[in-house]
Design a protein around this ligand. Structure first.
Ligand code: AMP
Length: 378
């Protein structure tokens, strides 16, 4: 591989053959992706468009990313030999989900760079660590308290009040591992539903809307943010994202600046999803996801460089792309039987993105549809 600009005589090759760790990855290099779901699939497509290869590590056979990646190492996260083979096949490693076992990361980290870094991952894996980190950065979160026992919960309810939400500290996603506490009498049942997992109690935020910022940072410290999107959830699962979000200019500025602050504080490399609650008193950070994010899927049809390419560029050490938005977009998730809407959508100008999952299951993300609703106002 003699550089991206091979054959273009008057240009010095942007990416040289003598590749150092800190240099941009050359065309033909391989990005390893832990996890083979739809995010891994769309990352693989983006990498492929840039002339990069992908190798996914995923225990299940027929996973969405396996259909499009160059290579699939099918093994468990406890298979040290398979992890070593994976690292050997890759120049750099990234991931599409945050609940990767620590021991697997220890093995991989000794062999190849992992982006985003371990601190970003550790911060987002545990809601207590995450909220503490955000609060120390000076950002506003819901009031929270650590809950490891029934007396902890009593104290937490005294301090925070009700309504409140008890959440498992780890492994929660799409609203799973959460219990609402409307009154102190709900405490026992809520604690039971945590099944012994460490939890945090969060004060209920009376938000007017939920928005998210998809932000990217590369090893050179460049940061690029997409316009905030407005999210609607149902049963804890994202249904739609609309851009532009209806925010004031100052709210929009706050959202973007706080996202950049989080990325810089973590010395972050890659794309991050930052979920925010909008309240009359300002923005409250709900959670951060150290990866491409469902609420950023609109970028595929609203921007020249989407979140997947942006993540690939960041982890490959390339210059970040332009994240500006050319269109207003509504992204609709296709969950379970929503797949029935695909034939009708196929007759419209909508952009359909399907994940290649064979079985439709209730609550399962099967794909999404991006509808352009007009040109972005400048
Ligand atoms: P999470 O898994 O923390 O993103 O929570 C899933 C959804 O539950 C969020 O998108 C909100 O709609 C709702 N939610 C979570 N935490 C709170 C909170 N502290 N106050 C109000 N609603 C919340």
């Amino acid at each position: 591989h003699s550089g991206l600009m091979r054959g273009v005589r008057h240009c010095r090759p942007l990416f040289q053959k003598s590749h150092k760790m800190s240099d941009p990855l050359p065309v033909g290099a391989t990005i390893g992706i832990l996890g083979g779901g739809q995010l891994g699939r769309m990352l693989s497509v983006a990498a492929s468009r840039l002339g990069l290869k992908t190798c996914i590590f995923e225990p299940s056979a027929e996973c969405p990313a396996s259909h499009v990646a160059d290579r699939h190492i099918q093994a468990g996260y406890d298979d040290a030999a398979a992890l070593a083979r994976f690292a050997d096949a890759c120049d750099v490693i990234t991931y599409e989900f945050e609940n990767i076992p620590t021991a697997a990361l220890d093995t991989l980290e000794a062999l190849r760079p992992i982006h985003p870094n371990r601190r970003a991952l550790a911060t987002s894996q545990d809601r207590l660590t995450e909220k503490t980190f955000l609060a120390e950065l000076g950002l506003t979160t819901a009031p929270f308290a650590n809950v490891e026992s029934a007396p902890d919960l009593t104290h937490a309810i005294d301090a925070i009040g009700t309504p409140a939400i008890l959440k498992t500290r780890r492994m929660g996603y799409d609203g799973k591992g959460q219990a609402r506490i409307m009154a102190p009498s709900d405490a026992d049942a809520a604690l039971q539903s945590m099944a012994g997992s460490a939890a945090i109690l969060e004060g209920f935020v009376d938000f007017t809307k939920e928005v998210s910022v998809i932000a990217a940072r590369n090893p050179q410290g460049e940061v690029a943010c997409y316009d905030p999107g407005e999210n609607v959830h149902k049963d804890g699962i994202l249904r739609t994202t609309v851009v532009p979000a209806t925010l004031t200019a100052s709210q929009q500025m706050d959202a973007v600046l706080l996202a950049a602050k989080i990325l810089n504080a973590l010395d972050y490399v890659g794309v991050m999803g930052v979920e925010l609650f909008v309240t009359p008193k300002g923005l409250i950070v709900n959670e951060v996801a150290p990866r491409v994010h469902n609420s950023g899927h609109w970028t595929q049809n609203g921007c020249v460089i989407d979140q997947f390419e942006q993540h690939v560029r960041a982890v490959a050490g390339w210059p970040l792309g332009d994240g500006s938005r050319h269109s207003n977009v509504t992204m609709q998730n296709l969950i379970g039987d929503d797949m029935d809407a695909v034939p009708a959508a196929a007759k419209t100008p909508a952009a359909i993105h399907l994940y290649g999952k064979a079985d439709v299951k209730a609550g399962r993300k099967m794909g999404h549809i991006n509808r352009i609703t007009g040109p972005a106002q400048s």
